[in-house]
Design a protein around this ligand. Structure first.
Ligand SMILES: C[S@@+](CC[C@H](N)C(=O)[O-])C[C@H]1O[C@@H](n2cnc3c(N)ncnc32)[C@H](O)[C@@H]1O
Length: 255
């Protein structure tokens, strides 16, 4: 039986583009990004004004408010168009610094951050081996004792609550249609998103993502050299369950 695999990087590049900005940049959830970002930095135990890595940072919805709260934020992402939008949102301020890179090879020095954030289901694009490599890179750039906060969809929640089809109303009378299938053997979810403009014009992207269980992600973090990994249900530290999102706080050991 042929197992599904996550999409190739080129497919992600086509999705995390102007298409993603049209679907997500004016989302009503933007209002929550500031409180989520500050809660994530708190959960990571980052000192006030500390060095924070937001990876991947997308269009800067967490990096910008963290920088405004006086953290020294570096945002890393692979998407040129999302980084351009993030840059626009900085309003010309010195922070955050934005870096275009693949998160498997962070062009950043060892042990240079007090905290790292990986928010809004930002792993699973590359498959088990390469996603583990990302975790290893993040660990490398964290200072000893510093923490990584991951906030993500996870398999139990997906299986419980995912529907085959969903509509979301976007600004300006536009619609986003999501159609999903899930391959239980490989743990890979396939989604087709269709943007329908108010003129009726349609634009679609399809992609496949590996959706991990909490158990799998904790094991990957340990293999990547994190010493401690605790699961929560949200960024305020609520209990984790099969019907909550997954937030993992993982600590880099002293070595
Ligand atoms: C779902 S978005 C979340 C972004 C941000 N954390 C947020 O909450 O808005 C995932 C991001 O991962 C980035 N990305 C995907 N593959 C990547 C890679 N190999 N290296 C770096 N960034 C990548 C995309 O460009 C996109 O900005």
């Amino acid at each position: 039986m042929q197992q599904r695999a996550p999409s190739a990087p080129e497919t992600w590049d086509e999705f995390f583009s102007d298409f993603y900005l049209r679907a997500y940049a004016d989302d009503e959830r933007q209002g929550e990004a500031q409180s989520q970002a500050l809660a994530a930095a708190r959960l990571a135990g980052c000192p006030p004004g500390g060095d924070v890595l937001d990876v991947p940072c997308g269009f800067g919805r967490h990096s910008v408010p963290l920088a405004r709260a006086s953290y020294r934020v570096v945002g890393v992402d692979r998407s040129e168009s999302l980084l351009a939008e993030a840059q626009r949102r900085t309003g010309g301020e010195r922070w955050p610094k934005l870096v275009r890179a693949d998160y498997r090879e962070l062009p950043l020095p060892d042990e240079s951050f007090d905290a790292a954030l990986n928010l809004f289901t930002s792993l699973g694009y590359l498959g088990d081996e390469q996603d583990a490599r990302v975790l290893g890179e993040i660990r490398r750039v964290l200072r000893p004792g510093a923490r990584l906060v991951i906030e993500t969809m996870h398999r139990d929640l997906l299986v419980r609550e995912s529907r085959e089809q969903d509509w979301r109303l976007l600004g300006g009378g536009r619609l986003l249609l999501e159609q999903r299938t899930f391959d239980a053997g490989s743990g890979v979810a396939q989604t087709t998103q269709t943007l329908i403009e108010n003129t009726g014009e349609r634009d679609s992207r399809s992609f496949s993502v590996r959706v991990y269980t909490a158990t799998e992600l904790v094991a990957m973090l340990r293999r990547a050299g994190f010493e401690e990994a605790r699961c929560h249900g949200d960024l305020d530290g609520a209990p984790f369950a099969t019907d909550t999102r997954l937030v993992i706080v993982a600590r880099r050991g002293a070595a």
